[in-house]
Design a protein around this ligand. Sequence first.
Ligand SMILES: [Zn+2]
Ligand SMILES: [Zn+2]
Length: 170
Amino acid sequence: MLRVELRALHDGPIETTADVPADAPLLADVDFVLAEAVHVGGRLMESGAGRYYWHGRLTSALTAKCRRCLAEVSVKLDAEVRTLFTEDPAEDETAYAVAPEAGELDLSDMVREELILAVPEYVLCREECQGLCAQCGKDLNDGPCSCRPAPDPRWGALEELKQRLSHDEE
Ligand SMILES: [Zn+2]
Ligand SMILES: [Zn+2]
């Protein structure tokens, strides 16, 4: 239930729960891939004239690519959200607007916005992911590739000596 009749709030807070399917029109054209529905749970209460306060949680899961190795990763989402809806949006720029004559409050846009904010910008399959070799593209989590590391001038002399020694052995 993402729409609440404002009149009903005069009698006290109202529990708001809903499951928004991943393919709901509300979530069309977001730039992440939801693996499951978004569960919305929270309560809405009146907080002064023309002001409504919602406190709740958005939980879901999404599928993303590891930023380093591009492997597909499942990411759990669990965001605690505290928002204000107001008939006078000028009073607080982080608040959502409610039309005074609306008669009901629709949480849908808030759910969409807060979900977008909750999605991590950079996803890693694990903290120590080695990523892909920039030269050959091999997944370095499976072991080193055969590309030569960029030469470090400090080791150049030593490297030369080593090569000379190995040539002598042959
Ligand atoms: Zn990775
Ligand atoms: Zn390589």
